[in-house]
Design a protein around this ligand. Structure first.
Ligand SMILES: NCc1[nH]cc(CCC(=O)O)c1CC(=O)O
Length: 395
């Protein structure tokens, strides 16, 4: 779909689609950067559409970049994301282009964004959240009999590279086994469905499957009260990264963002930041808005359920937001699932800053309850594994 320009010869991993010539405008085009996967491109087009609806006179280009993390399919994820630059392998190249003005915004899954951004960049807006939950996707060989975790055959292997997912499931389903599975959503589904697949099922984010139009693959939605699984910080929300000093683009994005999602996700991210967790740290969260006219998840527009399975009665949109309370549930689990610390807090939240304060307060409570010991142990083990890796490499 994207046609290459001669510019790309210098940077072959970047593809710029032809600019549409239909809109007449005096403004320069808005270049929207994203990763190259099918899901990333759908997400970028969704944001482009919202911007087009709000600002039809502007021209938009979607620029896709093959991220370092997508190129290296061999090194285990946990090693790829080690150290200072954790996760920059997903965003580093795009961020350089944004800083240099080749892009005007980057559409990210908020979940994949580091909690600290380079000082020249900031989050321009957070879009309304898709369903934030993790889901179980079952192998076609089992899908007529096993539609949930509890009914999978004993000793089944679940494909996931996420310590958060594996650790939480080990805690509740000690007979399940876990194995790494890498790649984009489509690649993972292909590995699950292969004739010689070692996996009985895999765990994915609902949001990705829903955006890809693959809802029919979802066997079970997981949450605290269904499978005992809390999702990742920021899961299901798209965030748009911009140059911190780009007032024009920031003003445009104000039309696209959701205050409800921004508050919920800011609480989650402040919690993660305070615990200094990288993407592989097993912290699970759930946020719900309670009270006011509706009982709702961080999901928006309101779906027909809350994360606890209670029906959502009425959607009073953003208006009732200040009268509602934000419920934040969290869990920190050891890798083997044997130790865990959980806490829940509910508070009225009237701004992103208040949401961040709540996230930090929850982090303090988790630390008082012993979460720091779990996290320190994981960090020691990671350093040990990295040292071993270096020793092996230098032999
Ligand atoms: N780790 C990759 C990733 N980053 C964001 C999503 C899902 C979409 C979202 O959270 O918005 C996924 C796929 C998955 O975890 O199944």
């Amino acid at each position: 779909m994207a046609s290459s320009t001669s510019e790309n010869l210098k940077t072959p991993s970047v593809s710029v689609p032809q600019t549409s010539t239909s809109a007449s405008t005096n403004f320069p085009p808005i270049n929207i950067g994203t990763r190259r996967s099918a899901l990333a491109q759908i997400q970028a087009r969704q944001v482009e559409k919202q911007l087009k609806d709000a600002f039809p006179d502007r021209i938009y280009n979607i620029v896709t970049v093959l991220a370092q993390g997508d190129k290296d399919k061999v090194t285990p994820l946990q090693q790829l994301s080690m150290g200072e630059n954790a996760k920059s392998l997903w965003t580093g190249e795009l961020e350089t282009m944004l800083e240099q003005g080749e892009l005007d915004m980057i559409v990210h899954c908020l979940k994949d964004m580091p909690t600290q951004l380079p000082p020249s960049l900031s989050i321009g807006c957070i879009c309304p959240r898709e369903d934030p939950r993790d889901v179980l996707v079952v192998s076609p060989k089992l899908s007529s009999t096993s539609r949930n975790l509890a009914s999978l055959p004993e000793g089944s292997t679940i494909g996931t590279s996420s310590i958060r997912r594996a650790a939480q499931l080990r805690r509740i389903y000690p007979t399940l086994k876990f194995a790494d599975i890498r790649g984009n959503v489509g690649t993972r589904l292909g590995k699950l469905d292969a004739e010689d697949s070692p996996f009985a099922a895999i765990i994915l984010a609902a949001a990705g499957l829903l955006r890809l139009g693959m809802e029919e693959r979802i066997a079970q939605y997981l949450s605290k009260y269904n499978g005992g699984m809390l999702h990742a910080v920021g899961q299901g929300a798209l965030a748009i990264e911009v140059r911190a000093n780009d007032a024009v683009v920031k003003e445009m994005l104000a039309k696209v963002g959701s205050e409800r999602t921004a508050r919920a996700c800011s609480a989650e991210r402040a919690l993660l930041r305070a615990l200094e967790g990288g993407c592989s740290v097993p912290i699970g969260v759930e946020t719900e808005w309670r009270g006011g006219k509706r009982v709702a998840t961080g999901v928006e527009p309101a779906r027909e359920y809350g994360l606890d399975g209670k029906a959502i009665e009425e959607d009073d949109g953003e208006e009732g937001l200040d009268n509602q309370e934000l419920l934040l549930r969290t869990i920190v689990v050891s890798v083997d699932g044997k130790e865990s610390v959980e806490t829940e807090m509910m508070r009225k939240i009237k701004s992103v800053a208040e949401a961040e304060a709540m996230g930090r307060d929850v982090a303090k409570i988790l630390i008082e309850k012993g979460a720091d010991q779990i996290l320190e142990k994981i960090s020691r083990e990671k350093q040990w594994a990295a040292k071993k890796e270096l020793e092996t490499a230098s032999k």
